[in-house]
Design a protein around this ligand. Structure first.
Ligand code: 5MM
Length: 339
């Protein structure tokens, strides 16, 4: 039975579940494999994703959906089972990244614009036929001296809104991801101020393009200190300031918010999510859509060796379980030690 877009959006933020972002483009997955001294061949990428997707407990109990890359949505497991089928059998919804990456923003040398609107309608239609039911587009915003500029915020949020409308028309739930990078020495309060500006602009643009909010999800950064900032905010401050900004900017009609991890360590990303869910009265479910914070331990344990597949799956399942608990506000650092 086919699901409506509202049903898909709600299923992606089902209680205790979140999204696995496995949409690394070819150049990004190469960087991850370089770290374990593994050559990034199509077969190695297949084996790695198969290891994750066959982690039955994680995929069935803690992961609601997986964001795939163009190559991955067309791939099959070693035994010939298409990945889309493998995911669907585990009860996971297949999704697809549709942006074409970032390019320099004209007249703004230190800023970027995400491209990919040309031909997007046809690509979305094809991905729907291939089994995708949701999609994602990521805008990248840098905080620095005098940036982000108004042009950067406007062009990126406008593109996100145009993408979202096209995705909905093609029967896909759009996840809109405006990512403020953690890089830099900015304070948490500067991150708060810029995140608020970006999200206000995003919801104004979504409204302008007649995007149906009930059929969308937001994938934001957390409000956090820049990595080089001498004063690093603690877990509670990050949770409190992130929730504050989201309440100021995100309409209650949005069915859920799925955070990116952005380079935070695995355990900190989990602790932040749990603190937000534990201590606050919220109009939407808050969960994860982590890439690195879900995969870092798994890729390390695997190391590209077939004899380590079970170890990689154990590491992935543990992280997925911790984040599933965090989505319910039930995580504590003791659970890491216990495991
Ligand atoms: C998994 O990383 C995704 C792909 O990035 P590239 O297109 O640059 O290869 C990325 O879109 C990801 O879904 C989000 O940024 C969240 O990932 P993190 O690692 O920040 O949780």
């Amino acid at each position: 039975m086919s699901m409506t877009l509202e049903q898909v959006a709600k299923a992606l933020v089902a209680d205790g579940k979140g999204i696995l972002a496995a949409d690394e483009s070819t150049s990004t997955i190469k960087k991850r494999f370089d770290a374990i001294a593994l050559t990034s061949t199509e077969e190695a990428r297949r084996d790695y994703r198969e290891m994750l997707f066959r982690s039955t407990e994680a995929m069935t109990d803690h992961i609601s959906g997986v964001i795939l890359f163009d190559e991955t949505i067309r791939q099959s497991a070693k035994d010939g089972t298409p990945f889309v089928e493998l995911l669907t059998r585990a009860g996971c919804i297949p999704g697809i990244k549709v942006d074409a990456g970032t390019k320099p923003l004209a007249y703004h040398p230190d800023e970027q614009i995400t491209e990919g609107l040309d031909g997007l309608r046809e690509r979305c239609q094809e991905y729907h036929k291939l089994g995708a039911r949701f999609t994602k587009w990521r805008a990248v915003i840098t905080i620095g001296k005098d940036i982000p500029s108004r042009a950067c915020i406007l062009t990126n949020t406008h593109a996100l809104a145009r993408y979202a409308a096209i995705a909905q028309e093609a029967g896909l739930v759009p996840i809109v991801e405006p990512e403020l990078l953690m890089d830099g020495d900015h304070t948490i309060d500067r991150c708060l101020e810029v995140t608020e500006r970006v999200l206000h602009s995003l919801y104004a643009e979504l409204n302008m393009q007649d995007v149906v909010l009930e059929q969308t999800l937001l994938k934001p950064n957390m409000v956090i200190s820049g990595t080089e900032c001498p004063q690093q905010a603690g877990i509670e401050e990050v949770a409190e300031k992130t929730v504050k900004v989201l309440k100021r900017t995100v309409p209650a009609a949005v069915p859920g918010i799925v955070f990116l991890s952005g380079g935070q360590s695995d355990e900190i990303a989990t602790a932040h999510l749990s603190a937000m869910n534990a201590g606050h009265d919220l109009p939407w479910p808050l969960t994860f859509s982590y890439g690195r914070a879900l995969q870092a331990a798994a890729i390390k344990a695997w190391g590209g060796k077939s004899e380590n597949v079970a170890a990689g799956q154990r590491a992935f399942t543990h992280r997925a379980k911790m984040n599933g608990l965090a989505a319910q506000g039930r995580y504590s650092a003791d659970l890491e030690k216990a495991a």
